[in-house]
Design a protein around this ligand. Sequence first.
Ligand code: NAP
Length: 518
Amino acid sequence: MIRNCNILLRRAVNRSTLISRRYLSSEAILDRIKQDGLLCESSIIDGEEVYGSNTFAVQDPATGGVIGTSPDLSVDSLDQAIGSSLAAFKTFKRVPGSERSDMLTRWRNLILEYADDLAGLITFENGKPFNEAKGEVMYAASFLSWFAGEATRIYGDMIQPMSNSTVRTITMLQPIGVVGVITPWNFPAAMITRKVAAAIAAGCTAVVKPDSETPFTALALGQLALRAGIPPGVLNIVTTKSSLAEMGKMLCEDPRVRKISFTGSTAVGGLLMKQSSSGLKKLSLELGGNAPFIVFEDADIDQAVSAAIACKFRGSGQTCVCANRIYVAAQVYDEFVDKLTQAVRTFVVGNGFADGVTHGPLIHERAIAKVERHVQDAVALGGRVLVGGSRATGHASELFFQPTVIRDATNKMLITHEETFGPVAGIFKFSSEQDAIDAANDSTVGLASYVMTKDLSRAFRVAEQLDFGMVGLNTGLISDAAVPFGGVKQSGFGREGSKYGIHEYLTVKAVSVGGVVY
Ligand code: NAP
Protein backbone atom coordinates (compact mmCIF):
# COMPACT_ATOMS: atom_id res chain seq x y z
CA MET A 1 0.00 0.00 0.00
CA ILE A 2 1.33 3.46 -0.91
CA ARG A 3 0.19 6.70 0.67
CA ASN A 4 1.11 10.29 0.02
CA CYS A 5 3.55 11.63 2.55
CA ASN A 6 1.63 14.83 3.23
CA ILE A 7 4.63 15.76 5.21
CA LEU A 8 4.57 19.52 5.06
CA LEU A 9 1.22 19.66 6.84
CA ARG A 10 2.75 17.91 9.77
CA ARG A 11 5.02 20.87 10.46
CA ALA A 12 2.00 22.64 11.91
CA VAL A 13 3.19 21.86 15.42
CA ASN A 14 4.33 25.04 17.13
CA ARG A 15 8.02 24.51 17.78
CA SER A 16 8.06 27.25 20.38
CA THR A 17 6.23 24.88 22.70
CA LEU A 18 9.29 22.63 22.71
CA ILE A 19 10.01 21.71 26.29
CA SER A 20 12.75 19.78 27.94
CA ARG A 21 12.20 16.04 27.57
CA ARG A 22 13.97 15.45 30.88
CA TYR A 23 10.78 16.26 32.69
CA LEU A 24 8.41 14.34 30.43
CA SER A 25 7.44 10.72 30.75
CA SER A 26 8.51 8.45 27.94
CA GLU A 27 4.80 8.18 26.92
CA ALA A 28 4.59 11.97 26.60
CA ILE A 29 7.77 11.99 24.52
CA LEU A 30 6.32 9.35 22.21
CA ASP A 31 3.13 11.41 21.86
CA ARG A 32 5.19 14.44 20.87
CA ILE A 33 7.16 12.43 18.30
CA LYS A 34 3.86 11.17 16.83
CA GLN A 35 2.36 14.66 16.79
CA ASP A 36 5.40 15.86 14.84
CA GLY A 37 4.87 13.10 12.28
CA LEU A 38 8.20 11.51 13.14
CA LEU A 39 7.13 8.07 14.25
CA CYS A 40 7.08 6.71 10.72
CA GLU A 41 5.78 3.16 10.45
CA SER A 42 6.36 3.00 6.70
CA SER A 43 9.42 2.75 4.49
CA ILE A 44 10.17 5.67 2.15
CA ILE A 45 10.43 4.95 -1.56
CA ASP A 46 10.38 7.69 -4.17
CA GLY A 47 9.07 10.20 -1.63
CA GLU A 48 6.11 8.00 -0.76
CA GLU A 49 5.29 6.15 2.43
CA VAL A 50 5.29 2.45 1.60
CA TYR A 51 3.55 -0.02 3.89
CA GLY A 52 4.00 -3.75 3.43
CA SER A 53 1.49 -6.49 4.03
CA ASN A 54 3.87 -7.87 6.68
CA THR A 55 5.46 -5.94 9.51
CA PHE A 56 7.95 -6.51 12.30
CA ALA A 57 7.80 -5.08 15.81
CA VAL A 58 10.44 -2.65 17.07
CA GLN A 59 11.12 -3.01 20.78
CA ASP A 60 12.40 -0.72 23.50
CA PRO A 61 15.34 -2.64 25.01
CA ALA A 62 14.81 -0.90 28.35
CA THR A 63 11.29 -2.22 28.81
CA GLY A 64 10.73 -4.89 26.20
CA GLY A 65 7.67 -2.91 25.11
CA VAL A 66 6.78 -2.48 21.45
CA ILE A 67 7.38 1.06 20.17
CA GLY A 68 5.73 0.42 16.81
CA THR A 69 6.04 -1.68 13.68
CA SER A 70 8.00 -1.36 10.45
CA PRO A 71 7.19 -2.87 7.06
CA ASP A 72 8.87 -6.20 6.43
CA LEU A 73 9.43 -5.48 2.74
CA SER A 74 10.57 -7.92 0.09
CA VAL A 75 13.13 -7.59 -2.68
CA ASP A 76 10.35 -6.32 -4.98
CA SER A 77 10.27 -3.14 -2.91
CA LEU A 78 14.06 -2.94 -2.99
CA ASP A 79 13.91 -3.29 -6.77
CA GLN A 80 11.48 -0.37 -6.84
CA ALA A 81 13.74 1.68 -4.54
CA ILE A 82 16.81 1.05 -6.68
CA GLY A 83 14.83 2.03 -9.79
CA SER A 84 13.69 5.22 -8.07
CA SER A 85 17.24 6.09 -6.98
CA LEU A 86 18.57 5.48 -10.49
CA ALA A 87 15.88 7.69 -12.04
CA ALA A 88 16.60 10.41 -9.46
CA PHE A 89 20.35 10.15 -10.11
CA LYS A 90 19.90 11.03 -13.77
CA THR A 91 18.83 14.55 -12.79
CA PHE A 92 20.36 14.89 -9.35
CA LYS A 93 23.90 14.46 -10.65
CA ARG A 94 23.44 17.69 -12.59
CA VAL A 95 22.11 19.73 -9.64
CA PRO A 96 24.78 22.34 -8.85
CA GLY A 97 26.92 21.70 -5.78
CA SER A 98 25.66 24.90 -4.19
CA GLU A 99 22.06 23.63 -4.38
CA ARG A 100 23.00 20.25 -2.93
CA SER A 101 24.78 22.17 -0.20
CA ASP A 102 21.62 24.19 0.52
CA MET A 103 19.57 20.98 0.72
CA LEU A 104 21.98 19.49 3.23
CA THR A 105 21.90 22.68 5.27
CA ARG A 106 18.10 22.73 5.33
CA TRP A 107 18.10 19.05 6.37
CA ARG A 108 20.60 19.81 9.14
CA ASN A 109 18.47 22.71 10.39
CA LEU A 110 15.41 20.46 10.61
CA ILE A 111 17.41 17.82 12.45
CA LEU A 112 18.39 20.45 15.00
CA GLU A 113 14.81 21.73 15.20
CA TYR A 114 13.56 18.21 15.94
CA ALA A 115 16.62 17.14 17.92
CA ASP A 116 14.56 16.17 20.96
CA ASP A 117 12.26 13.97 18.88
CA LEU A 118 15.19 12.25 17.22
CA ALA A 119 16.99 11.79 20.53
CA GLY A 120 13.79 10.34 21.97
CA LEU A 121 13.57 7.84 19.12
CA ILE A 122 17.21 6.85 19.64
CA THR A 123 16.63 6.31 23.36
CA PHE A 124 13.50 4.28 22.66
CA GLU A 125 15.10 2.05 20.03
CA ASN A 126 18.69 1.82 21.18
CA GLY A 127 18.39 2.43 24.92
CA LYS A 128 21.20 4.97 25.28
CA PRO A 129 20.49 7.75 27.82
CA PHE A 130 18.60 10.73 26.41
CA ASN A 131 21.52 13.17 26.84
CA GLU A 132 23.84 10.80 25.05
CA ALA A 133 21.22 10.35 22.33
CA LYS A 134 21.01 14.13 21.98
CA GLY A 135 24.80 14.14 21.59
CA GLU A 136 24.43 11.61 18.77
CA VAL A 137 21.87 13.85 17.05
CA MET A 138 24.35 16.76 17.17
CA TYR A 139 27.08 14.49 15.85
CA ALA A 140 24.76 13.30 13.06
CA ALA A 141 23.92 16.91 12.16
CA SER A 142 27.62 17.82 12.07
CA PHE A 143 28.10 15.56 9.02
CA LEU A 144 25.44 17.54 7.17
CA SER A 145 27.22 20.82 7.93
CA TRP A 146 30.54 19.32 6.96
CA PHE A 147 29.39 17.84 3.66
CA ALA A 148 27.28 20.90 2.84
CA GLY A 149 30.69 22.63 2.71
CA GLU A 150 32.29 19.83 0.73
CA ALA A 151 29.51 19.88 -1.90
CA THR A 152 30.76 23.25 -3.12
CA ARG A 153 34.43 22.25 -3.21
CA ILE A 154 34.70 19.27 -5.53
CA TYR A 155 37.74 20.17 -7.57
CA GLY A 156 39.37 18.33 -10.45
CA ASP A 157 42.91 19.03 -11.71
CA MET A 158 44.53 20.30 -14.87
CA ILE A 159 47.60 18.26 -15.70
CA GLN A 160 50.12 19.91 -17.95
CA PRO A 161 53.43 18.07 -17.57
CA MET A 162 52.47 15.25 -19.96
CA SER A 163 54.93 13.07 -21.85
CA ASN A 164 53.33 14.40 -25.03
CA SER A 165 53.72 18.19 -25.01
CA THR A 166 50.70 18.72 -27.29
CA VAL A 167 48.30 17.11 -24.77
CA ARG A 168 46.73 18.45 -21.57
CA THR A 169 44.59 16.39 -19.18
CA ILE A 170 41.68 17.62 -17.13
CA THR A 171 40.31 15.44 -14.33
CA MET A 172 36.62 15.55 -13.56
CA LEU A 173 35.30 14.25 -10.25
CA GLN A 174 31.92 12.71 -10.91
CA PRO A 175 29.32 11.10 -8.63
CA ILE A 176 29.58 7.34 -8.73
CA GLY A 177 25.81 6.71 -8.98
CA VAL A 178 23.31 4.86 -6.82
CA VAL A 179 24.77 3.87 -3.44
CA GLY A 180 23.52 1.00 -1.28
CA VAL A 181 23.85 1.92 2.40
CA ILE A 182 23.56 -0.60 5.24
CA THR A 183 23.82 0.69 8.81
CA PRO A 184 23.92 -0.73 12.37
CA TRP A 185 21.84 -0.02 15.48
CA ASN A 186 24.51 1.47 17.72
CA PHE A 187 24.45 4.93 16.10
CA PRO A 188 21.04 4.89 14.40
CA ALA A 189 21.32 8.53 13.25
CA ALA A 190 25.02 9.27 12.83
CA MET A 191 25.87 6.18 10.78
CA ILE A 192 23.25 7.26 8.24
CA THR A 193 24.22 10.92 7.94
CA ARG A 194 27.95 10.12 7.84
CA LYS A 195 27.33 8.15 4.65
CA VAL A 196 24.31 9.79 3.06
CA ALA A 197 25.50 13.40 3.52
CA ALA A 198 28.72 12.55 1.69
CA ALA A 199 26.79 10.74 -1.05
CA ILE A 200 24.38 13.64 -1.58
CA ALA A 201 27.20 16.19 -1.49
CA ALA A 202 28.88 14.23 -4.29
CA GLY A 203 25.65 14.10 -6.34
CA CYS A 204 24.83 10.45 -5.68
CA THR A 205 21.49 8.98 -4.67
CA ALA A 206 21.08 6.32 -1.99
CA VAL A 207 19.03 3.33 -0.94
CA VAL A 208 19.38 2.82 2.81
CA LYS A 209 18.66 -0.44 4.61
CA PRO A 210 18.68 0.57 8.30
CA ASP A 211 19.12 -1.87 11.15
CA SER A 212 15.88 -3.64 12.00
CA GLU A 213 16.44 -2.82 15.71
CA THR A 214 16.45 0.93 15.00
CA PRO A 215 14.46 1.78 11.85
CA PHE A 216 12.45 4.66 13.34
CA THR A 217 15.40 7.02 13.73
CA ALA A 218 16.36 6.34 10.11
CA LEU A 219 12.82 6.91 8.87
CA ALA A 220 12.46 10.14 10.87
CA LEU A 221 15.67 11.35 9.23
CA GLY A 222 14.19 10.37 5.87
CA GLN A 223 11.01 12.34 6.58
CA LEU A 224 13.07 15.39 7.53
CA ALA A 225 15.12 15.03 4.34
CA LEU A 226 11.91 15.22 2.30
CA ARG A 227 10.72 18.22 4.29
CA ALA A 228 14.09 19.83 3.56
CA GLY A 229 13.37 19.56 -0.16
CA ILE A 230 15.71 16.68 -0.95
CA PRO A 231 14.01 15.30 -4.08
CA PRO A 232 12.10 12.01 -4.00
CA GLY A 233 14.32 9.07 -4.88
CA VAL A 234 17.53 10.73 -3.71
CA LEU A 235 17.12 9.04 -0.34
CA ASN A 236 15.08 5.83 -0.26
CA ILE A 237 14.80 3.91 3.00
CA VAL A 238 13.74 0.28 2.85
CA THR A 239 13.03 -1.78 5.96
CA THR A 240 12.99 -5.55 6.19
CA LYS A 241 13.46 -8.38 8.62
CA SER A 242 12.66 -11.63 6.83
CA SER A 243 14.24 -10.65 3.47
CA LEU A 244 17.51 -9.36 4.95
CA ALA A 245 19.87 -11.80 3.26
CA GLU A 246 18.12 -11.49 -0.15
CA MET A 247 18.13 -7.71 0.06
CA GLY A 248 21.81 -7.62 1.00
CA LYS A 249 22.59 -9.88 -1.96
CA MET A 250 20.51 -7.81 -4.34
CA LEU A 251 22.14 -4.53 -3.28
CA CYS A 252 25.55 -6.11 -3.85
CA GLU A 253 24.73 -7.78 -7.17
CA ASP A 254 22.37 -5.34 -8.88
CA PRO A 255 24.33 -3.50 -11.60
CA ARG A 256 22.23 -0.36 -11.07
CA VAL A 257 23.87 0.03 -7.64
CA ARG A 258 27.43 1.28 -8.13
CA LYS A 259 28.69 1.31 -4.59
CA ILE A 260 28.03 -0.25 -1.19
CA SER A 261 28.74 1.61 2.03
CA PHE A 262 28.39 -0.61 5.08
CA THR A 263 28.95 -0.20 8.80
CA GLY A 264 28.61 -3.29 10.92
CA SER A 265 30.33 -6.51 11.85
CA THR A 266 33.39 -7.89 10.11
CA ALA A 267 31.51 -11.11 9.32
CA VAL A 268 28.72 -9.35 7.41
CA GLY A 269 31.25 -6.98 5.79
CA GLY A 270 33.12 -10.00 4.43
CA LEU A 271 29.89 -11.50 3.07
CA LEU A 272 28.94 -8.24 1.33
CA MET A 273 32.42 -8.05 -0.21
CA LYS A 274 32.12 -11.58 -1.55
CA GLN A 275 28.65 -10.85 -2.96
CA SER A 276 29.91 -7.64 -4.58
CA SER A 277 32.82 -9.33 -6.31
CA SER A 278 30.92 -10.50 -9.40
CA GLY A 279 30.14 -6.89 -10.34
CA LEU A 280 33.43 -5.50 -8.91
CA LYS A 281 31.41 -2.98 -6.94
CA LYS A 282 33.18 -0.18 -5.11
CA LEU A 283 32.97 -0.71 -1.34
CA SER A 284 33.43 1.22 1.89
CA LEU A 285 33.45 -1.11 4.87
CA GLU A 286 33.48 0.26 8.43
CA LEU A 287 33.72 -2.92 10.45
CA GLY A 288 34.41 -4.19 13.93
CA GLY A 289 37.16 -3.00 16.26
CA ASN A 290 39.08 -4.32 19.27
CA ALA A 291 40.67 -1.11 20.45
CA PRO A 292 43.74 -1.14 22.68
CA PHE A 293 44.02 1.64 25.26
CA ILE A 294 47.62 2.02 26.47
CA VAL A 295 48.45 3.91 29.66
CA PHE A 296 52.17 4.60 30.09
CA GLU A 297 53.78 5.25 33.47
CA ASP A 298 54.30 8.92 32.58
CA ALA A 299 50.61 9.53 31.77
CA ASP A 300 48.34 11.87 33.70
CA ILE A 301 46.37 9.09 35.41
CA ASP A 302 43.25 11.16 36.10
CA GLN A 303 43.13 12.20 32.46
CA ALA A 304 43.68 8.56 31.42
CA VAL A 305 40.79 7.42 33.63
CA SER A 306 38.44 10.06 32.15
CA ALA A 307 39.52 9.07 28.63
CA ALA A 308 39.01 5.37 29.40
CA ILE A 309 35.51 6.06 30.72
CA ALA A 310 34.64 8.12 27.65
CA CYS A 311 35.72 5.50 25.18
CA LYS A 312 35.03 2.28 27.09
CA PHE A 313 31.60 2.88 28.57
CA ARG A 314 29.87 5.21 26.09
CA GLY A 315 26.73 3.54 24.72
CA SER A 316 27.21 0.91 27.47
CA GLY A 317 30.33 -0.22 25.63
CA GLN A 318 28.52 -0.76 22.33
CA THR A 319 30.62 1.36 19.99
CA CYS A 320 33.15 0.17 17.45
CA VAL A 321 35.78 2.56 18.85
CA CYS A 322 35.30 1.38 22.45
CA ALA A 323 38.50 0.49 24.29
CA ASN A 324 38.36 -3.29 24.48
CA ARG A 325 41.81 -4.05 25.90
CA ILE A 326 43.21 -1.65 28.48
CA TYR A 327 47.00 -2.04 28.82
CA VAL A 328 48.52 -0.27 31.84
CA ALA A 329 52.22 0.07 32.75
CA ALA A 330 53.13 -1.98 35.85
CA GLN A 331 54.29 1.14 37.77
CA VAL A 332 50.84 2.79 37.63
CA TYR A 333 48.64 -0.31 37.30
CA ASP A 334 47.15 -0.28 40.82
CA GLU A 335 46.56 3.47 40.81
CA PHE A 336 44.80 3.38 37.43
CA VAL A 337 42.71 0.33 38.34
CA ASP A 338 41.62 1.87 41.68
CA LYS A 339 40.64 5.19 40.14
CA LEU A 340 38.79 3.57 37.25
CA THR A 341 36.93 1.27 39.64
CA GLN A 342 35.88 4.21 41.84
CA ALA A 343 34.62 6.12 38.82
CA VAL A 344 32.65 3.13 37.51
CA ARG A 345 30.96 2.71 40.92
CA THR A 346 29.32 6.14 40.38
CA PHE A 347 27.54 5.03 37.19
CA VAL A 348 23.76 4.81 37.31
CA VAL A 349 22.26 2.03 35.18
CA GLY A 350 18.64 2.33 34.10
CA ASN A 351 16.07 3.52 31.59
CA GLY A 352 17.65 6.17 29.36
CA PHE A 353 14.70 8.52 29.92
CA ALA A 354 15.13 8.61 33.70
CA ASP A 355 16.96 11.51 35.27
CA GLY A 356 20.50 10.79 36.36
CA VAL A 357 20.86 7.56 34.40
CA THR A 358 24.32 7.32 32.84
CA HIS A 359 24.10 3.87 31.23
CA GLY A 360 21.21 2.16 29.49
CA PRO A 361 20.52 -1.45 28.53
CA LEU A 362 22.28 -3.54 25.90
CA ILE A 363 20.53 -3.92 22.59
CA HIS A 364 19.35 -7.53 22.73
CA GLU A 365 19.75 -10.89 24.42
CA ARG A 366 22.59 -11.98 22.08
CA ALA A 367 24.59 -8.92 23.12
CA ILE A 368 24.15 -9.47 26.84
CA ALA A 369 24.85 -13.19 26.53
CA LYS A 370 28.18 -12.39 24.83
CA VAL A 371 29.14 -9.98 27.61
CA GLU A 372 28.25 -12.57 30.24
CA ARG A 373 30.35 -15.17 28.41
CA HIS A 374 33.36 -12.83 28.30
CA VAL A 375 33.13 -12.08 32.03
CA GLN A 376 32.73 -15.75 32.99
CA ASP A 377 35.67 -16.70 30.78
CA ALA A 378 37.88 -13.96 32.28
CA VAL A 379 37.01 -15.03 35.83
CA ALA A 380 37.68 -18.69 35.03
CA LEU A 381 41.11 -17.68 33.73
CA GLY A 382 42.12 -15.70 36.83
CA GLY A 383 40.60 -12.26 36.24
CA ARG A 384 39.31 -10.47 39.36
CA VAL A 385 36.04 -8.56 39.15
CA LEU A 386 36.36 -5.28 41.09
CA VAL A 387 32.95 -3.87 40.27
CA GLY A 388 29.94 -5.29 38.41
CA GLY A 389 30.34 -8.69 36.82
CA SER A 390 26.75 -9.72 36.19
CA ARG A 391 23.37 -8.65 34.84
CA ALA A 392 21.80 -5.69 36.61
CA THR A 393 18.52 -6.81 38.13
CA GLY A 394 15.42 -4.87 39.14
CA HIS A 395 14.84 -3.25 35.76
CA ALA A 396 11.89 -3.55 33.41
CA SER A 397 13.86 -5.76 31.01
CA GLU A 398 16.59 -8.38 31.32
CA LEU A 399 19.00 -6.45 29.10
CA PHE A 400 20.89 -4.42 31.71
CA PHE A 401 24.46 -5.36 32.61
CA GLN A 402 26.43 -3.85 35.49
CA PRO A 403 29.41 -1.75 34.32
CA THR A 404 32.34 -4.01 35.10
CA VAL A 405 36.07 -3.69 35.78
CA ILE A 406 38.23 -6.83 35.70
CA ARG A 407 41.87 -6.72 36.79
CA ASP A 408 44.62 -9.23 35.98
CA ALA A 409 43.42 -9.76 32.43
CA THR A 410 45.62 -11.94 30.22
CA ASN A 411 45.87 -12.66 26.53
CA LYS A 412 44.32 -16.10 27.02
CA MET A 413 40.95 -14.51 27.67
CA LEU A 414 38.17 -13.96 25.13
CA ILE A 415 38.16 -10.22 25.93
CA THR A 416 41.60 -10.01 24.31
CA HIS A 417 40.58 -11.45 20.99
CA GLU A 418 36.89 -10.66 20.56
CA GLU A 419 35.10 -7.33 20.59
CA THR A 420 33.04 -7.52 23.82
CA PHE A 421 30.66 -4.74 22.73
CA GLY A 422 29.50 -4.25 26.30
CA PRO A 423 30.37 -2.41 29.53
CA VAL A 424 33.32 -4.57 30.58
CA ALA A 425 36.82 -3.17 31.05
CA GLY A 426 39.52 -5.84 31.22
CA ILE A 427 42.84 -4.41 32.45
CA PHE A 428 46.16 -5.90 31.38
CA LYS A 429 49.61 -5.13 32.84
CA PHE A 430 52.69 -4.47 30.69
CA SER A 431 56.32 -3.86 31.50
CA SER A 432 57.85 -2.25 28.40
CA GLU A 433 56.84 0.05 25.58
CA GLN A 434 57.56 -2.62 22.98
CA ASP A 435 55.46 -5.19 24.86
CA ALA A 436 52.53 -2.78 24.87
CA ILE A 437 52.85 -2.09 21.14
CA ASP A 438 53.18 -5.79 20.30
CA ALA A 439 50.17 -6.72 22.43
CA ALA A 440 48.10 -3.91 20.91
CA ASN A 441 48.98 -4.98 17.36
CA ASP A 442 48.25 -8.64 18.06
CA SER A 443 44.77 -8.39 16.56
CA THR A 444 43.14 -9.20 13.25
CA VAL A 445 41.31 -5.86 13.29
CA GLY A 446 42.61 -2.29 13.45
CA LEU A 447 40.05 0.47 13.91
CA ALA A 448 40.69 2.76 16.92
CA SER A 449 43.54 2.80 19.44
CA TYR A 450 44.42 5.07 22.35
CA VAL A 451 47.71 6.10 23.95
CA MET A 452 48.08 8.00 27.21
CA THR A 453 51.52 9.56 27.75
CA LYS A 454 53.06 12.96 28.48
CA ASP A 455 56.24 12.07 26.57
CA LEU A 456 55.91 13.69 23.14
CA SER A 457 58.56 11.54 21.57
CA ARG A 458 56.94 8.36 22.85
CA ALA A 459 53.52 9.59 21.68
CA PHE A 460 54.72 9.82 18.08
CA ARG A 461 56.88 6.70 18.30
CA VAL A 462 53.96 4.58 19.49
CA ALA A 463 51.31 6.20 17.26
CA GLU A 464 53.48 5.51 14.23
CA GLN A 465 53.85 1.82 15.13
CA LEU A 466 50.22 1.04 15.93
CA ASP A 467 48.44 -0.90 13.15
CA PHE A 468 45.18 1.02 13.46
CA GLY A 469 43.27 3.51 11.34
CA MET A 470 42.89 5.95 14.23
CA VAL A 471 44.91 6.83 17.33
CA GLY A 472 43.68 8.95 20.24
CA LEU A 473 46.64 10.56 22.01
CA ASN A 474 45.62 11.62 25.52
CA THR A 475 41.97 11.59 24.52
CA GLY A 476 39.22 9.01 24.48
CA LEU A 477 37.07 10.93 22.01
CA ILE A 478 38.25 10.71 18.43
CA SER A 479 35.01 10.90 16.46
CA ASP A 480 34.42 14.20 14.68
CA ALA A 481 33.16 15.17 11.24
CA ALA A 482 36.62 16.58 10.51
CA VAL A 483 38.42 13.31 11.28
CA PRO A 484 38.96 10.59 8.63
CA PHE A 485 37.14 7.68 10.29
CA GLY A 486 38.02 4.15 9.32
CA GLY A 487 40.21 1.16 9.91
CA VAL A 488 42.85 -1.19 8.57
CA LYS A 489 43.10 -5.01 8.49
CA GLN A 490 39.71 -6.65 9.13
CA SER A 491 38.22 -3.36 10.33
CA GLY A 492 37.67 -2.66 6.65
CA PHE A 493 38.58 0.16 4.32
CA GLY A 494 37.40 3.54 3.17
CA ARG A 495 37.22 6.73 5.21
CA GLU A 496 34.15 8.63 6.37
CA GLY A 497 33.97 12.31 7.31
CA SER A 498 36.91 14.67 6.75
CA LYS A 499 38.16 15.92 3.40
CA TYR A 500 38.59 12.29 2.28
CA GLY A 501 35.00 11.15 2.92
CA ILE A 502 33.45 12.59 -0.21
CA HIS A 503 35.95 10.80 -2.45
CA GLU A 504 34.34 7.47 -1.52
CA TYR A 505 31.37 8.64 -3.65
CA LEU A 506 33.27 10.15 -6.59
CA THR A 507 35.12 8.72 -9.55
CA VAL A 508 37.97 10.43 -11.33
CA LYS A 509 37.54 10.85 -15.08
CA ALA A 510 40.54 11.94 -17.12
CA VAL A 511 39.74 14.04 -20.18
CA SER A 512 42.80 14.42 -22.39
CA VAL A 513 42.85 17.26 -24.87
CA GLY A 514 45.22 17.00 -27.82
CA GLY A 515 46.51 19.38 -30.46
CA VAL A 516 47.98 22.07 -28.24
CA VAL A 517 50.77 23.60 -30.31
CA TYR A 518 52.83 26.75 -29.94
P1 NAP B 1 25.75 -6.56 11.85
O1 NAP B 1 25.10 -7.78 12.35
O2 NAP B 1 26.82 -6.67 10.85
O3 NAP B 1 24.54 -5.63 11.34
C1 NAP B 1 24.78 -4.39 10.74
C2 NAP B 1 23.79 -4.18 9.60
O4 NAP B 1 23.96 -5.19 8.63
C3 NAP B 1 22.33 -4.25 10.04
O5 NAP B 1 21.59 -3.32 9.30
C4 NAP B 1 21.96 -5.67 9.68
O6 NAP B 1 20.58 -5.84 9.46
C5 NAP B 1 22.72 -5.81 8.38
N1 NAP B 1 22.94 -7.18 7.95
C6 NAP B 1 23.13 -8.29 8.68
N2 NAP B 1 23.27 -9.37 7.89
C7 NAP B 1 23.16 -8.93 6.61
C8 NAP B 1 23.21 -9.55 5.34
N3 NAP B 1 23.39 -10.87 5.18
N4 NAP B 1 23.05 -8.78 4.23
C9 NAP B 1 22.85 -7.46 4.35
N5 NAP B 1 22.79 -6.81 5.53
C10 NAP B 1 22.94 -7.54 6.64
O7 NAP B 1 26.39 -5.70 13.00
P2 NAP B 1 25.94 -5.54 14.50
O8 NAP B 1 26.54 -6.64 15.26
O9 NAP B 1 24.50 -5.31 14.61
O10 NAP B 1 26.67 -4.14 14.83
C11 NAP B 1 27.78 -4.04 15.59
C12 NAP B 1 29.05 -4.17 14.75
O11 NAP B 1 29.20 -3.02 13.94
C13 NAP B 1 30.26 -4.23 15.64
O12 NAP B 1 31.17 -5.17 15.16
C14 NAP B 1 30.85 -2.83 15.51
O13 NAP B 1 32.21 -2.75 15.77
C15 NAP B 1 30.51 -2.49 14.11
N6 NAP B 1 30.51 -1.04 13.92
C16 NAP B 1 31.52 -0.49 13.20
C17 NAP B 1 31.57 0.88 13.03
C18 NAP B 1 32.68 1.51 12.22
O14 NAP B 1 32.54 2.66 11.83
N7 NAP B 1 33.75 0.81 11.92
C19 NAP B 1 30.60 1.70 13.61
C20 NAP B 1 29.58 1.10 14.35
C21 NAP B 1 29.54 -0.28 14.50
P3 NAP B 1 19.59 -6.31 10.65
O15 NAP B 1 19.50 -5.22 11.59
O16 NAP B 1 18.28 -6.50 10.04
O17 NAP B 1 20.20 -7.52 11.28
